[in-house]
Design a protein. Sequence first.
Length: 332
Amino acid sequence: MLSTPPAHGNRVAHDETFDRCDERYIRRGRELLDSAHEKLRLGMARLGMDEMVLGLRRLRNEDGECWRRFVEEHCRRHPITALLEEDPLTQRSLRKPRGYPGDPEMLDFIFGSGGLPPGTSDLGASIFSYTTDGPAPRSVRARAGMIAHIIDDISLQRPIRVLAVMGGHLWEAGLSEGVRGGRVEKYVAFDQDARTLASIDTAGYGDAVTTYQGTLRSLFRGKSVFRNFDIVYSGLADNLPDATASRFIGALFDALAPGGRLIVSNFTPELVDAGYMEAFMDWSLIYRTEEELAALAVELPADRIATLASYRDPYGNIAFLDIERGAVVISH
């Protein structure tokens, strides 16, 4: 249905309301950035980052429309951006050398395997120490540990097959005793990024780990066919709108063997550093609660689901949807 244009008087009233919001809101936002900038300039990195991250989060929660205007027109034009880009993590996310934020090399920084690039300033190193130990990175590391634990627990019972979909550099495999101990007979990394897969091929995870290049489109169309995996997992859902995410979950569920487990993760709306990520890392996600994530599985056939659970990581920033596929019952 097409809506009729508002009357001229209503449009003026709306603009005036936005202008009042804009004037107050933008002034407070710029004062926040000015204050944090001065602290960073004086070498008080942690104090300045704390003030900014918490302040940006409050602004983001207060008014979504004003927030978008503030980010687009003010944040990255502020002098603080030049200081924040001395942090390799922030710089890589903002500049996107691979075309998207959160690329595997950037996440290597979070896992401690990237190291500081040569020439990083003292201030950049201080900010890097702060950003790589923020709420989101802590939960990313926790997520990898949780999935590795699930792999290890199930592989103690029997040899298993694991499928990781758009899983970066497969950090879970590096944490898994089951992978190192040869209890995982097959571990497939499915990703569209050839450079990511090449890194996995040379990471030394063992012969069980193989790579497969493909896209979501090929996965949906059945051209990338995966079947009979004991564990399938992905953290891609918070990059996908509801309809696509629901279809994605369905495709992953189809890859499970009877009795297999699907684990899908999604950042939650309470993430404290969401404002900083959007304002200065140009990294926007679709945040979901456990209930919202579980709702994406509503199209799965109920008679094929043995159990469905949702929970969060220990820090409360990532929600998990954990589905066990029912075993096949053969009637006589």
